[in-house]
Design a protein around this ligand. Structure first.
Ligand SMILES: N[C@@H](Cc1ccc(O)cc1)C(=O)NCC(=O)O
Length: 729
């Protein structure tokens, strides 16, 4: 396919693409491609950790580190894609080839999640886990190569479709491009978790990860087909040889040459890159200067991503300690993240059509670098909001025992009132089937207990484990064994509720529900904890031929111990008879309080990221557009590494303090960035390149004129000498 280049200097045609409202039609295919690709990427990512945990059966730590390694890899591979595109294959072919790699990776993931492939004993679990692990790791590597590789090319390829006179349209294109990213990711993060929750399988039905990965794989194929369909309309800039190698060699030569001529006797040059002039073209040197100027400006940028990418980790963890009941809708902690793309979809049009024009009308020159600075400040503000919310949450969180403390609750399983004196505390009076309201706190692990029920008094010294919350179950007959059980020492994860039953009856009781099965509980024993989601749950209690029901509404993040009393009558329902001990209170701070922090971080993202994407394109020389896009994405990868380093080094005991630390770091970096931005002069790479080309052309013209003159002279000389010869003859 031939590249279409306008012979008129500086202006470029848009291939054979028709224009619609001043926009090349070809960009329609590019934005649809981006929509499908981001659907594919975010849809797969949304269920990845759960796939590691529940399908591959990895523990939390392994699942989390492989997940973050994968994400980091996705932002490191853009460099590879950009080099291949700018110096070898061109953006068009690079996008096609890497999209194929990407789609193969997605298919590999979908196949790796089919449990039936290795489920030889048909019990619903894979029998050859190595097969599934290897295939999914190969799949993820291919996806990281594909998604990262095409990422800088697609944005730059879209920018290429606009002529130099269409700067305004190109800016709008980058906004629409960002909208498509978020439209695709919003839809997929809603849809793939629903697909995952379905049951599917040939021999046995299991959670349908293969469908949750299969749909993103299909969308990636659609993305590829759509991109190919636009093929005849694209403007395809030619790759210009191994430009990266030339750049490295040129920089290396400039440094060496500068070092060789370091004495005072050598006149200074305007820029250190000018020391390459002896060997390299002025055009290449000018292009390298443009790139270095922008890359230098990128140095502080990773700090923005450090804060931004904590939405998915710290903020989701924060949401697990909050109440997600929105009345008609109950939001799970990880679903709060969808607030980001939803806000993007509203904020980008508002900014583009209202805020920016309004600022312009006020006579303010809101340059791209100023927008990015404001974006950083907004992100810092978001973290201040997160810190304030955290302080509210901390007030409601239970105080768990320190390493040297013991916390103890008493539970009376008998049918008489018991008076219990723990160490020197005031005596606690427990009616039958009653649990003490609060935990008693001790700084020792040896506690003396004096218990009296009726005429029986028992005095015991009991050892407890320091650093733990425990319950002491007082039996029907105080002279019998006193059971000690461990309570939870932390909030249940992901906003779940941890529930267990203690059987105070003389007979076995079977406790079951639609969401959890507690099994048969022996007399005066207890069940394990079961994690259940928020909402109403009805428990069925059965002992012999008798049964009854007990219903309870659960919020988020609570822990309860339910006591089946000794004298339970098993009427129609046991609603009034079951005793409950609220060991950990449900989350009371509402998730809606996270909306301001999401608003600020997303407004910051629109100002910083959408602008930065366009800035990286507009300030890059024509042959290094994709390379600068990759440089931009590289700042995201560095930002992610900083999260790990700062969190590890700072190790602040309070989460709110960590949020404030990150906000302060970003403000400090923002000040440095604004100083750097102040000294940055915007350039028009096409204009600069055209000037150099003109100088070269003029040189060429001069050279060819000179050559022609010389040839003429030689001709004339030879003619005159032959005339002389003739004459002399
Ligand atoms: N706003 C993000 C996309 C996003 C979507 C859903 C989430 O849960 C988190 C983030 C964005 O636009 N990122 C840029 C990109 O190229 O992906």
């Amino acid at each position: 396919m031939a590249d279409k280049e306008d012979p008129k200097k500086g202006k470029r045609s848009k291939g054979t693409s028709k224009e619609v409202c001043g926009y090349p039609l070809s960009i329609f295919f590019i934005v649809v491609n981006e929509f499908c690709e981001r659907f594919s990427y975010y849809g797969m990512r949304a269920v990845l950790v759960l796939y590691f945990k529940y399908f591959l059966r990895w523990d939390d730590d392994l699942a989390t580190s492989i997940y973050h390694t994968f994400v980091a890899l996705c932002y490191l591979t853009p460099i590879l894609g950009a080099i291949v595109a700018d110096s070898w294959l061109g953006k068009f072919k690079t996008i096609i080839y890497l999209s194929i790699v990407y789609a193969i990776g997605q298919v590999a993931m979908a196949v790796s999640a089919i449990h039936d492939i290795t489920d030889t004993d048909r019990d619903g679990t894979p029998d050859n886990m190595t097969f599934h692990v290897v295939l999914s790791m190969v799949g993820l590597l291919l996806i990281a190569l594909g998604t990262g590789g095409i990422k800088p090319c697609v944005a730059a390829f879209g920018g290429d479709q606009f002529g130099d006179h269409q700067e305004k349209q190109r800016r709008t294109f980058f906004s629409v491009f960002y909208l498509c990213i978020n439209g695709g990711s919003l839809l997929s993060t809603i849809i793939t978790p629903i697909l995952r929750a379905q049951n599917c399988g040939i021999y046995s039905k299991q959670k349908c990860y293969s469908l949750a990965f299969g749909v993103p794989a299909a969308l990636m194929m659609v993305a590829l087909v759509v991109f190919i369909l636009g093929s005849g309309m694209y403007y395809k800039a030619k790759p210009q040889g191994n430009i990266m190698l030339d750049v490295c060699k040129c920089i290396g030569f400039a440094i060496k040459n500068r070092y060789r001529h370091r004495g005072n006797q050598y006149p200074k040059r305007k820029h250190w890159m000018d020391w390459a002039e002896e060997k390299y073209e002025k055009l290449l040197i000018a292009q390298i200067k443009m790139v270095l100027k922008v890359l230098f400006l990128y140095i502080p940028l990773p700090m923005f991503w450090t804060l931004f990418d904590q939405k998915g980790s710290r903020w989701t963890l924060q949401a697990t300690t909050m109440n997600g009941d929105f009345g008609l809708l109950v939001i799970q902690p990880d679903q709060m993240q969808t607030v980001n793309p939803i806000l993007i979809l509203t904020l980008v049009p508002v900014m583009d059509s209202l805020i920016y024009p309004l600022i312009k009308k006020c006579g303010l020159n809101f340059t791209p670098l100023k927008r990015m600075t404001v974006g950083m400040i907004l992100a810092a503000l978001a973290f201040v909001c997160a810190a304030v919310v955290q302080l509210q949450i901390d007030k409601t969180l239970p105080v768990f025992p320190s390493a040297s403390q013991v916390q103890l609750k008493l539970l009376n399983m008998g049918n008489k009132t018991v008076t219990v004196q723990l160490q020197d505390n005031e005596p606690a009076i427990l009616a039958p089937a009653q649990v003490s309201d609060e935990y008693f706190v001790f700084d020792t692990d040896q506690i003396t207990v004096l218990a009296t029920a009726g005429s029986t008094t028992v005095h015991r010294g009991i050892s407890f484990t320091k650093g733990k919350r425990q319950k002491l179950l007082l039996p029907l007959d105080l002279n019998k064994e006193w059971v000690q059980i461990d309570d939870l020492n932390s909030k249940p994860e992901e906003g779940n509720n941890a529930i267990r039953f203690v059987n105070g009856k003389n007979a076995e009781v079977n406790v079951s529900s639609a969401v959890a099965n507690f099994g048969i509980i022996q007399p005066f024993h207890y069940s394990n904890y079961s994690l259940i989601k928020n909402g109403k749950v009805t428990f069925n209690l059965q002992s012999g031929s008798e049964s009854c029901e007990y219903s309870r509404d659960f919020g988020f993040g609570s822990s309860f111990t339910f006591l089946i009393p000794n004298n339970l009558t098993f009427g129609q329902n046991c609603q009034e008879e079951i005793t409950s001990a609220e060991d950990i209170k449900p989350n009371s701070v509402h998730m809606a309080l996270q909306i301001p922090q999401y608003f600020f971080i997303t407004a910051g993202e629109v100002m910083f990221s959408v602008t930065g994407l366009e800035f990286s394109y507009s300030q890059a020389p024509s042959n290094m557009k994709a390379v600068l896009q990759a440089g931009w994405l590289f700042t995201v990868a560095i930002g992610n590494f900083i999260v790990l380093i700062v969190a590890e080094l700072a190790k602040l005991p309070k989460q709110w303090a960590e949020y404030v630390l990150f906000a302060s770091l970003l403000v400090a970096v923002c000040i440095i960035f604004s100083i750097m931005a102040y000294f940055y002069t915007y350039i028009d790479p096409a204009e600069i390149e055209a000037q150099f080309k003109k100088v070269d052309d003029d040189d060429e013209d001069d050279k060819s004129k000179q050559q022609k003159a010389e040839i003429e002279m030689v001709k004339r000389d030879s003619v005159s000498s032959s005339e002389d010869d003739e004459k002399s003859k």
